[in-house]
Design a protein around this ligand. Structure first.
Ligand code: SF4
Length: 329
């Protein structure tokens, strides 16, 4: 560039507003850039790095040498930096007073008022008093008086009449059934319904056939429980236990030569038998010192019209009648 051309170029830049325009060597420019980071440099883009030579590049024919004219030095324009207006730092929030930063205290627990004292419960009047078992001067009359209008177990709720027993109180033979049915509850007498009629036939027909001169009034008949269970259900164990004390006293007072248990429930109550009636029937057991024969209940025979069952019942009855009356006659 000729001096004239340089002068024109400088004038051109001065017209544009550039007051400092000079050219620096490359080393000075780097130092100036590091020392004055706040200067803005208008520079040409950096030269691309030279391409890496392949490790084993194929040998190409050598290029034709090209004569390149040296490039004109690039002028670097450095603008005078204007100080940046830095906004003042934001003020920290005002400190919270220590007192106001205190952790919130839990609300005081409400005062517990003691519960009111429990009302005194009056002791329940005794519903009943069990009389002593088998008092020394016991009698059938005393037992009946002790039973009175008995409310010792729940069976009293549905009963109409207490069925104490009937027959000869001095009889050597006592029949013990389970409990009264509807007819017995109405009349206050044991075995007066259909089952009772069958029992009467069994006793009198067998005795007549065996040559034993007795009829039903000659024996005594009673039950384990003296009141009718609702819907003729089986008496509960506790009912049999409570009412059984009267049966026990009756048997003790009468002192029969033998007892005939009618049905499995009576056998269970009197003998605490575990086996069923079909196994237990026809066998001799003992209640205290009294021999006990177990056989079917007449109601069971009415429900099961089996000749075999009836024959077995007649056999059982024959045994007990002969046992009781053979010596006496
Ligand atoms: S079943 Fe016996 S114990 Fe129960 S209420 Fe009747 S008489 Fe009393």
């Amino acid at each position: 560039m000729t001096p004239e051309e340089k002068r024109r170029q400088l004038e051109f830049y001065q017209d544009l507003g550039f007051t400092f325009l000079f050219r620096r060597p490359a080393g000075e420019a780097a130092v100036a850039d590091a020392a004055a980071p706040d200067t803005v440099e208008v520079a040409t883009p950096p030269a691309a790095p030279p391409p890496a030579a392949p490790l084993s590049a194929p040998k190409l024919p050598a290029p034709e040498p090209v004569s390149i004219a040296p490039a004109a030095p690039v002028a670097k324009l450095v603008l005078a930096a204007t100080p940046l207006e830095v906004p003042p730092p934001a003020m920290p929030p005002p400190a919270v007073p220590v007192a106001s930063r205190a952790t919130p205290q839990p609300e005081p627990a409400p005062k517990l008022t003691p519960p009111p004292p429990l009302p005194l419960i009056e002791p329940m009047p005794e519903l009943y008093t069990l009389p002593p078992l088998e008092p020394a001067d016991d009698s059938m009359l005393k037992i009946r008086e002790d039973i009175g209008d008995c409310r010792r177990c729940r069976l009293c709720e549905g009963r109409n009449k207490i069925v104490f027993g009937s027959g000869n109180e001095q009889s050597p033979l006592v029949f013990v059934g389970e409990g009264p049915g509807a007819d017995e509850d109405q009349q206050g007498l044991p075995f007066v319904g259909r089952a009772g009629q069958l029992l009467t036939q069994m006793i009198e027909n067998t005795a007549a056939k065996e040559g034993i001169a007795i009829t039903r009034p000659d024996v005594y008949i009673c039950n384990v429980v003296k009141c009718r269970p609702p819907e003729n259900r089986t008496p509960q164990p506790d009912e049999m236990e409570i009412c059984g004390q009267f049966l026990s006293r009756q048997l003790t007072v009468m002192k029969p030569r033998a007892i005939c248990c009618l049905g499995g429930t009576a056998a269970k109550a009197l003998l605490n038998l575990k086996e069923g009636i079909t196994k237990a029937r026809g066998q001799w057991y003992k209640w205290r010192d009294v021999p006990v024969m177990v056989t079917y209940h007449p109601s069971y025979l009415l429900r099961n019209q089996s000749k075999e069952l009836r024959r077995e019942a007649w056999e059982d009855l024959k045994k007990v009648l002969h046992f009781v009356y053979d010596e006496a006659q």
